[in-house]
Design a protein around this ligand. Structure first.
Ligand code: NAD
Length: 326
C-alpha cells in the first residue's frame, strides 16, 4: 500500500487563510455537535536534551469526513540560532477502514494557519460587535498567521502588533503586501495599546506573564494562545468567562496550567467550550461589558481536517511522492 509524502512546498500550494478559517469554524461546530472524537493532546517534555524541547501528539477522527489522523508537533527553544522555526512537526492521515497510512505531510503551515484562524474564529464568537481595537502580541510565525486571518475577518480595521523586540515588530510589517501593510501598525507601548483594544491576542514565547489585569478594558476579549502563561493570574481569576477550545487540554497548558497546579482554578471554571457556542448550545458573550478569556490552545481536529483537504487536492493534481511504506 502506498503512502503520499507531501513536503512543505506541496502543502503550501493548498492552504490559505480563507480555507483555514472555514475549516476551523466547521470543526468547532462539528465538535460542539459531538461529531468529532478527540482525546486531549499528549505532551512530552524533552528538555533534558539541555534546552526547551517538547512535542504534542494530537489525534482526531472527524466522523462526517471519515477522516482520522494525528499531528505530531513541538516547540524547540534553540531553533532560532539554527535558522529553523520554533514550531516543527508533521501530520499523518489514516484510513479509518483499514489503518492504511494515506499520507504523511509537513505540518507546519497547516498548524500555523489553523492557529491564526482559531484567533479569528474565537473573535467571531466572543468579541464585542462592532469590534474596535485589535492587538496581536508576538511578532513571530503564529502572530503572522493570526494577523493574516484577522485582516480577513475584519477587512476594514487596522491591527496593532507588539513585540518585546520593537525592531522585530517594525520589520514584521514587511511580510505583508503593500496594501495590507497599511493596516498593520507596530506599537512600542503595550499598556496603552492593550487599554485601547477590545481584542488582545497573546502569541508569544514568553515564559513569564506580562499582560496586567488593569490593562484589560471592560468588554475586552483576551485570547491566551501561547504555551506558557502570558496574562497575570488576577486577570484570569476575575474574567467573567473562561472559554477554551477544549477544557481538559486548556487546564494543563498556557494560561491555566500554573493556576490549576496551585489549586486556584478547576475545569468547572470553564464557562463552555467554543464548540458549544459555535453549535448554538451555549450563549458565549452576553453583553458588551464582559471581559472574556478565550483559550484557543489548539485542537488536532483542525489539523486533520485541513490535512485531508490538502491530501485530496494533491492526489487530484498529482503532487507529492508515493512511497510503498506498508
Ligand atoms: N495555541 C495554539 O494552537 C498554538 C499553536 C502553535 C504555537 N503556539 C504557541 O504560540 C507561541 C508563539 O509561537 P511562534 O511560533 O510564533 O514563536 P516565534 O518564536 O516565531 O515568535 C514568538 C515571538 O514572541 C516574542 N516575545 C517573546 N517574549 C515576549 C514578551 N514578553 N512580550 C512580547 N513579545 C514577546 C518574541 O520576540 C518573538 O517575536 C508559542 O508559545 C507557541 O508554542 C500556540
Amino acid at each position: 500500500m502506498k503512502t503520499l509524502i507531501l513536503s512543505s512546498k506541496d502543502v503550501e500550494k493548498y492552504v490559505a487563510p480563507e480555507l483555514a478559517i472555514k475549516s476551523v469554524d466547521y470543526v468547532f461546530t462539528q465538535y460542539g455537535q459531538g461529531n468529532i472524537d478527540m482525546p486531549p493532546k499528549i505532551h512530552i517534555d524533552m528538555s533534558r536534551i539541555g534546552h526547551e524541547s517538547w512535542c504534542n501528539a494530537m489525534p482526531a477522527y472527524i466522523v462526517e469526513k471519515k477522516t482520522g489522523g494525528i499531528k505530531w508537533i513541538g516547540g524547540f527553544g534553540e531553533n532560532q540560532s539554527m535558522n529553523l522555526p520554533y514550531i516543527m512537526g508533521i501530520i499523518v492521515l489514516t484510513d479509518p477502514v483499514n489503518g492504511h497510512v494515506k499520507s504523511i505531510m509537513d505540518g507546519r503551515r497547516i498548524s500555523d494557519l489553523r492557529t491564526g484562524a482559531s484567533a479569528a474564529v474565537f473573535a467571531r464568537y466572543l468579541a464585542v460587535k462592532p469590534l474596535k481595537g485589535i492587538i496581536v502580541v508576538g511578532a513571530g510565525v503564529q502572530g503572522k498567521a493570526a494577523i493574516d486571518c484577522l485582516l480577513l475577518e475584519y477587512p476594514n480595521d487596522p491591527i496593532m502588533i507588539y513585540d518585546i523586540d520593537f525592531e522585530k515588530a517594525k520589520q514584521f510589517r514587511d511580510n505583508f503586501s503593500p496594501e495590507l501593510r497599511k493596516r498593520v501598525i507596530p506599537v512600542d507601548n503595550l499598556e496603552d495599546a492593550a487599554r485601547a483594544s477590545k481584542l488582545i491576542v497573546l502569541l508569544t514565547t514568553a515564559q513569564q506573564p506580562f499582560l496586567k489585569n488593569e490593562w484589560v478594558s471592560t468588554g475586552a476579549t483576551v485570547l491566551g494562545m501561547g504555551t506558557y502563561q502570558q496574562a497575570f493570574e488576577d486577570f484570569t481569576l476575575s474574567a467573567d468567562k473562561v472559554i477554551p477550545d477544549n477544557c481538559a487540554q486548556a487546564i494543563g497548558r498556557g494560561e491555566l496550567k500554573p493556576l490549576y497546579k496551585a489549586g486556584k482554578i478547576s475545569p468547572e471554571n470553564c464557562y463552555a467550550e467554543i464548540g458549544d457556542i459555535a453549535a448554538g448550545k451555549s450563549a458565549g458573550r452576553e453583553n458588551d461589558e464582559e471581559r472574556i478569556l478565550g483559550l484557543p490552545v489548539g485542537i488536532g481536529a483542525h489539523d486533520v481536517c485541513i490535512a485531508d483537504y490538502v491530501y485530496q487536492s494533491a492526489v487530484e493534481n498529482q503532487d507529492g511522492v508515493w512511497v510503498e511504506l506498508q
